[in-house]
Design a protein. Structure first.
Length: 318
């Protein structure tokens, strides 16, 4: 962590235009806070072990337990970790000055031990699970009648709860980012206007859009979470032939989006043409969605079968 902090405070990175200030912040987000937490823990443990050699082994469970209360910064670091790796990948591919700077730091600092910046960035992600493993080993060699055993148990439980909190915080942030990304890729945007879809679907879609009255900001709401998204293949009878249609579904906590996913010829980025937008009611998981109860016809979900035709025979993951 001290190596990361040194890089964070290094002014030569920005002064020589090796990377910008926003890139520097993205790379080392929350690393200073994590360093402060662990430095305080280290000093507390050293103070506990500053006893005569003949003295009984000191208790450390309460010290670790106290430190866990301040470790929620790891959750924010985990959320920002994905962006940090993207920035690092971009800089190492396109910025020779940045690569040279990292090489110079590694050569001049013995603490780097020939490890890459990627290795240092992932270390805080691994820290909490390693603390849990360490406490499991300590409890294994500590008898239950020793006074430190109870605090070691509490510290282990607190760290396990912290690990679950970090994972959940990271999952929620990733889902929010995915929802923002999807909203930017939707075409046409969610607003009442003629959708760019096959003519035979226009009547159904215009009716559903008018009924739900979505606006351009409808997809992004503070209460809305992305539960699951993916591509399905819908099979049905069209003109006497069995044909499969691909549709990309995005299920949120209260809406279902059915889109047609295409890749632009120039640039290769994905575009999701909005086929259907439906309010489902409050959902916590994909298992809570019942198409029939929500009033969502399967032929509309297919996006290519008018209601006068036979409904799809099955919907299966692609």
């Amino acid at each position: 962590m001290r190596v990361l902090a040194r890089l964070t405070d290094s002014r030569s990175l920005t002064h020589s235009r090796d990377c910008t200030v926003p890139q520097l912040r993205a790379l080392f987000s929350h690393s200073s806070a994590i360093l402060a937490i662990n430095t305080k823990l280290l000093h507390a443990l050293r103070a506990r072990f500053a006893v005569p050699p003949a003295a009984p082994l000191p208790c450390i469970g309460d010290t670790i337990l106290e430190a866990v209360e301040h470790m929620k910064a790891y959750a924010q670091y985990a959320v920002a970790y994905g962006s940090a790796i993207e920035v690092l990948d971009e800089l190492t591919k396109k910025n020779t000055k940045f690569v040279r700077f990292l090489s110079d730091v590694a050569a001049s600092n013995a603490k780097c031990d020939e490890q890459s910046l990627m290795s240092f960035l992932i270390t805080p992600i691994q820290r909490v699970p390693r603390y849990i493993l360490l406490l499991k080993e300590l409890r294994k060699y500590t008898s239950k009648d020793q006074r430190d055993y109870a605090n070691l148990t509490k510290a282990q439980s607190a760290l396990e709860e912290l690990a679950a909190f970090i994972n959940e915080t990271k999952r929620v942030a990733e889902n929010a980012n995915d929802l923002v990304k999807l909203s930017k890729q939707l075409e046409p945007k969610i607003k009442v206007r003629q959708p760019r879809v096959p003519t035979r679907c226009v009547t159904v879609l215009t009716c559903s859009v008018a009924t739900n009255q979505p606006t351009n900001q409808d997809l992004l709401q503070p209460h809305r979470k992305l539960i699951k998204q993916g591509t399905i293949r819908v099979y049905g009878a069209v003109k006497g032939l069995n044909q499969a249609k691909s549709r990309h579904l995005a299920l949120c906590s209260d809406v279902l989006l059915v889109t047609k996913r295409e890749t632009e010829f120039f640039g290769g980025s994905d575009v999701f043409y909005l086929q259907f937008f439906w309010h489902t009611g409050s959902l916590k998981s994909a298992a809570d969605l019942n198409l029939a109860d929500a009033g969502i016809p399967l032929d509309i979900v297919a996006g290519a079968f008018p209601s006068s035709r036979r409904r799809p025979q099955c919907c299966s993951p692609q």
